[in-house]
Design a protein around this ligand. Structure first.
Ligand code: PEP
Ligand code: CO
Length: 459
């Protein structure tokens, strides 16, 4: 006879949390989700994700919240950057290093321009799911499911590749984990040393095409020498804080990675420090907005010129009822032509509601068009014009322009037109590598940072 052990009822708070999250979504609209062909396969992948360790820690999310709060007050400036859509094949050591390097170089220039700390945020380690304008893509009379990001299906236009495969969410977790591991190594192991970053920037302005930025680079150089003369502790500037962010689009990925924090009993989405909801998933009764309301990360919502006053009120009420600084970021993507007309009213609504949001400018998504050669592209000048408009609007209203959100790569791709390298329509085919939206290349990214630093220095 064996001994009778008491039956142990599972008290895992995360299992209950995941049930609650799934139930809450049930009555709401979850737009932009794939149609998974096999429910058993889906359940297995979700259970696997739920069993994995968190990718980020709740305490880090809290720290980021305080940084975003500082940005809402003008005491910090946020820089978010990375691919429109990360790919599994693109998650290589060199690509990750070069993207981090680009963000660090931009941040150094912006720190000088803004005279406040820059909150560095990678649009990476989870940016694997994309909203699409149609569920199906048709080529030469053949219709297949649209590519929804490597976390869902593959870019190649074949029935096998386009079949939504939940195991890809598990693969995305592992890619994100490896990416974060490298991010942590690069940003704490000496690679981020301000002196290196400064030297890289000197390399950028030594290129004849970038002469226009020599003056600012020279000023930064003088400031560095001044700091050295004063005995600044450069050793302490060998490391930097770096956060991860992505669009919380695929709920079957985000939910199992949501966990109760043992310190405070609150739920955090541990797939990233900061998550946002996009323009296409923020509507009334949205399952995505409801999900964000239930986690305690710093969060964002993208706003286009189509945003109504009621949308703003509803988002404030749902996502930041306590008006907690740093909690809610509005990422505005108006387009260079609409920004001056559309942004002020939204800011006024937030003000009249007593909201304390962090305003971040995404100058990419309102400025996309098709080139003569059929490439989805953006013009560097439109991007700069939207940032300028964003600053002007905030300046005239006495509110705080809190940061910048850009799609970029550390590589020398040819996806956006213009910049000092003068990328032309006919150049786009040379190195057009994105699987989604066109990104600023390394040079264009730095150029944008110099121009924004000049705008910030005027404040
Ligand atoms: C994106 O950030 O890639 C995106 C799809 O943006 P939006 O939701 O603003 O269209
Ligand atoms: Co995009």
């Amino acid at each position: 006879m064996g001994r009778n052990y008491p039956v142990r009822v599972s008290t895992d708070p995360n299992a209950q949390l995941h049930r609650d999250l799934a139930q809450a979504a049930g009555s709401r609209i979850a737009a932009q989700q794939p149609v998974w062909p096999d429910q058993a396969e889906l359940q297995a992948a979700v259970a696997e994700l739920a069993s994995y360790p968190p990718l980020v820690f709740a305490g880090e999310c809290d720290v980021m919240m305080t940084r975003m709060a500082a940005a809402s007050q003008g005491e910090a400036f946020v820089l978010m950057g990375g691919d429109c859509a990360e790919t599994f094949a693109g998650a290589t050591a060199n690509n990750i290093r070069d993207r981090i390097k680009t963000v660090l170089q931009m941040a150094a220039v912006l720190t000088y321009g803004a005279s406040v700390p820059v909150v560095k945020v990678g649009r990476m380690a989870g940016q694997y799911a994309k909203p699409r304008s149609a569920d199906l893509e048709t080529r030469a009379g053949v219709s297949l499911p649209a590519y929804r990001g490597d976390m869902v299906n593959d870019f190649a236009f074949t029935p096998e590749s386009r079949r939504p495969d939940p195991n890809r969410m598990v693969a995305a977790y592992h890619r994100s984990s490896a990416t974060l591991n490298l991010v942590r190594a690069f940003t704490t192991g000496g690679f981020a040393d301000l002196r290196h970053v400064h030297d890289w920037n000197k390399g950028f302005v030594s290129n004849a095409a970038n002469q226009r930025y020599e003056r600012l680079a020279h000023d930064i150089d003088k400031a560095m020498r001044f700091m050295a003369a004063c005995g600044a502790d450069f050793e302490a500037m060998r490391t930097t804080e770096f956060f991860a962010a992505h669009e919380a689009l695929l709920l079957d990925y985000e939910r199992p990675l949501t966990r109760i924090d043992s310190r405070n009993g609150l739920a955090y989405d541990t797939s990233a420090h900061f998550i946002w909801v996009g323009e296409r998933t923020r509507a009334q009764d949205s399952a995505h907005v409801d999900f964000l309301a239930r986690v305690h990360n710093p969060i964002g919502v993208k706003l286009s010129p189509k945003t109504s006053h009621d949308d703003v009120k509803r988002l404030l009420a749902q996502l930041d009822p306590d008006r907690e600084p740093g909690r809610l970021t509005f990422i505005t993507r108006m387009g260079s032509r609409a920004v001056s007309d559309a942004l002020p009213a939204l800011i006024e609504v937030v003000r009249s509601e007593g909201g304390v949001v962090t305003w971040v400018c995404d100058p990419m998504h309102g400025n996309t068009f098709e080139s003569n050669g059929g490439y989805k592209t953006r013009n560097f000048d439109d991007i700069v014009a939207e940032v300028e408009g964003f600053f002007q609007v905030h300046r005239s209203l006495g509110t705080v322009p809190g940061g910048l959100h850009v799609e970029l790569t550390g590589n020398d791709v040819t996806e956006c037109l213009g910049g000092s390298e003068k990328i032309l329509d006919t150049d786009l085919e040379k190195r057009y590598e994105t699987v989604c939206d066109p990104r600023l290349n390394h040079q264009q990214s730095l150029e944008l940072a110099f121009l924004v630093a000049e705008m910030l220095a005027q404040d």
